[in-house]
Design a binder for this molecule. Structure first.
Ligand code: PMV
Length: 326
């Protein structure tokens, strides 16, 4: 039977991917660095067969419109690699809110890639899987690997893939996600990347990143928590400055987002080291040492408007599992 299921985790970017050299095949303008989030996951089952009718079900709902088109494009790309034409059925489930800046497209396209390739019995190494996943959603290429990951920017598709910088148990870092909103965002990151290109601040960001990326890579290798946190916080503000000054303006933050940022700054001033970072959504990721996670979690819970806190360590890469969703 041509059927397989994979589990993938989202990732939180410590150095962000924002803006493409090539929008069609997601060739990023800069290298990005991330950590896989152990506490949340996407499971996807893919089956191929001529009797199936190309049904896509995401979180118990039939996918339609742009969402269905992106999944179908990705499946057609994978079938083409195998010179095959057939129908499919896909069922995918997140155990976290979709579209709220928790990178559901990263875990979604990573799980879809690995399940589809496995169902077709195409045995690819992680570099190849990362390149395939990148076509679905850029940041998905980083979720193929475990731990701390860097995605290389290149003009050439074959050279733009993610690779591991350090394994999941390398450093005792926790990522506490303060959830302030669970609604789907209005502007997807896919559209957002396009708005960066003509922004003069984007050029300034890229030029600064050439210095910052090696610093972040080394900080991870050297288990230098303070530098990781300071660089991640700065890069978050740099990316959101580009978003806010783009046309159309992209303002992903909510009032509660700022409340959590201020809380992080206050908690740090009290001597409990923690740093914030935010992807394309209103929720705030708080980076801290594992030994301080419980105490910081309690402090974040006290912020009005924080609905939930998801606790992550550095997690695993995408894996095939035997537990099918249908
Ligand atoms: O992979 P995309 O198109 O969903 O873009 C992800 C963009 C950010 O989450 C904002 C940053 C990143 O590097 O993950």
């Amino acid at each position: 039977m041509m059927k397989s299921t994979a589990i993938a985790h989202p990732n939180i970017a410590l150095i962000k991917y924002w803006g493409n050299l090539n929008d069609e095949i997601n060739l990023p303008a800069n290298n990005s660095i991330s950590m896989v989030m152990s506490g949340v996951s996407t499971k996807t089952t893919v089956e191929f067969g001529s009797k199936l009718n190309n049904e896509i079900i995401i979180n118990d709902k039939k996918a339609t419109g742009e969402k269905a088109r992106r999944v179908d494009d990705h499946i057609q790309r994978i079938l083409k690699l195998d010179n095959r034409k057939t129908n499919y059925k896909i069922v995918s489930k997140n155990d976290f809110p979709t579209g709220a800046g928790l990178a559901s497209s990263a875990s979604g396209f990573a799980a879809l890639t690995v399940a589809a390739c496995d169902a077709l019995a195409m045995k690819f190494d992680t570099r190849r899987l990362s390149i395939i996943a990148r076509h679905g959603s850029g940041s998905a290429c980083r979720s193929i690997h475990s731990g701390f990951v860097e995605w290389i920017s290149s003009q050439n598709s074959e050279d733009s893939y993610a690779e591991q910088i350090a394994p999941e148990d390398h450093i005792d870092l926790a990522d506490l996600v303060a959830i302030v909103e669970t609604h789907e965002k209005k502007v997807s990151s896919k559209e957002g990347h396009r708005s960066a290109i003509n922004n003069p601040y984007f050029k300034a960001r890229l030029s600064e990143l050439t210095k910052i990326i090696p610093l972040m890579r080394n900080a991870i290798k050297n288990k230098d928590f303070q530098t990781i946190g300071e660089l991640a916080e700065h890069d978050c503000l740099s990316m959101h400055s580009v978003m806010m000054t783009s046309n159309p303006m992209l303002l992903y933050w909510q009032p509660e987002t700022i409340k959590v940022i201020n809380k992080v700054v206050d908690v740090r001033a009290l001597g409990l080291e923690c740093y914030f970072t935010i992807d394309a959504g209103p929720n705030v990721h708080v980076l801290c040492r594992q030994e301080n996670a419980d105490e910081i979690k309690e402090k974040l819970k006290s912020v009005k408007g924080v609905k939930d806190i998801i606790v992550n360590n550095a997690g695993n890469g995408t894996e095939v599992i035997s537990d099918h969703l249908f």
